[in-house]
Design a protein around this ligand. Sequence first.
Ligand SMILES: Cc1cc2nc3c(=O)[nH]c(=O)nc-3n(C[C@H](O)[C@H](O)[C@H](O)COP(=O)(O)OP(=O)(O)OC[C@H]3O[C@@H](n4cnc5c(N)ncnc54)[C@H](O)[C@@H]3O)c2cc1C
Length: 400
Amino acid sequence: MYDVIISGAGPSGSKCADIIAQKGFKVALIERDVSWRKPCGGSVNKCILDDYPQLLKKITVQKINGAKIFSPAFDIIEEKWDEDKFGLIVDRLEFDNYLRDLAVDSGVELFDKNVSYDFIIKNQQKIGIKTRTPSGTKEYYGKVFIVADGMSSKLALRSGLRKKWNISELSMCKCALFKTTNLADDHCIDLFFRSSRGYGWVFPLGNDIVNVGMGIVGKDNLEFNLNVEFEKFKQQKYIKDNFLPDSKNKQLWCEAFPVAATGVVKKIYDDNIMIIGDAAGMVCPANGEGLAFAVRAGKRAAEVAVNAFEKEDFSRKTLKEYRLNPEIKKMIRKFKIDNLAAKSFNNLIIENHKYFYEKINNDSKLKRDLLELVFFQAKTSFRLQRFGISTILKKKFGLI
Ligand SMILES: Cc1cc2nc3c(=O)[nH]c(=O)nc-3n(C[C@H](O)[C@H](O)[C@H](O)COP(=O)(O)OP(=O)(O)OC[C@H]3O[C@@H](n4cnc5c(N)ncnc54)[C@H](O)[C@@H]3O)c2cc1C
């Protein structure tokens, strides 16, 4: 019998498990496959170093101090940051396993090759979970359950906390790692807006490796085929010339995966259960960033679980603290605004990129606000919101 069972040993689950185990509780961390590299750009805010201060020493991390954002016609917004302001690029397989190992060091029991698919219910209460393993089904019993198994979570659906995602809530993404040569600047990330909503990226990982990917947002997936668009993206002259010169690049890995980035689901807790990270839609709608938010949610859910054990009360009344936590509340609010901002900016960039790029490049404050939003988790500023809304209105009335 475990105190806490966590399904999914991604960043949210591992962080949550780590903290609960450090407090002396018995934690089972259930994972489908520790050798799976989650498709991801691997761009992570440097605030992650507050939680993982040894990260730079323990795994390969590329420091980023600049960015370029291209329009579909290759207009460009470019920025370099000061020394103290930087982003990080990680390889997800290395990153996830580092976080898992730390949780195991704290006393967490990690069960690999276990696919959780349902709860065990007794007297209308969740008392365990069922998993499929290569050698048959298994049952794990516990008091509190944390759903951290990502956007395709079966337990999230079985718990009734959320419904299946609708295509309009999903971005379909595909990314690949390439061994390449002649990178002009391996401390700069490049984003590329395209004719479908969403963006493409090239992120340097160090050691002559780049992460190349793209996403298509919502209903545009009905119109555009991800595989075809990804090929087109890689074949663009700029990408080929700068990142993937024909004879010299080698694809090391490639996979497609969706992300749900329209904001946090309504219900994130119930009697003896909480849902965290991607399983709960905790991904920023403005840029698809979810790693730092997943870790943050894992921490907050862990604190609430520990508090519930102190009170010996695992009811929704106690677990409500998770939803009421100021950081979680702030995240939910921020994503709501970012979702609106992302929609208007995506339309603007696709339909009026020349106007958009000119405006942003001629207004340093606007440019700073936009880059802070995209790269540093800043709120959508009033100035930026006004720019987006007024431009949409002007466009509607034929003024641009
Ligand atoms: C293509 C793409 C690019 C992205 N780029 C970025 C980026 O550059 N920066 C950023 O911050 N965010 C990015 N994100 C979002 C980021 O990947 C997620 O927000 C983050 O991984 C969420 O962490 P998590 O632990 O909640 O979920 P996940 O990382 O999805 O972890 C879930 C874990 O649960 C396991 N699992 C799944 N189902 C089961 C099951 N039934 N039973 C047991 N285990 C299961 C999985 O194997 C996995 O280990 C990107 C997402 C995608 C799809």
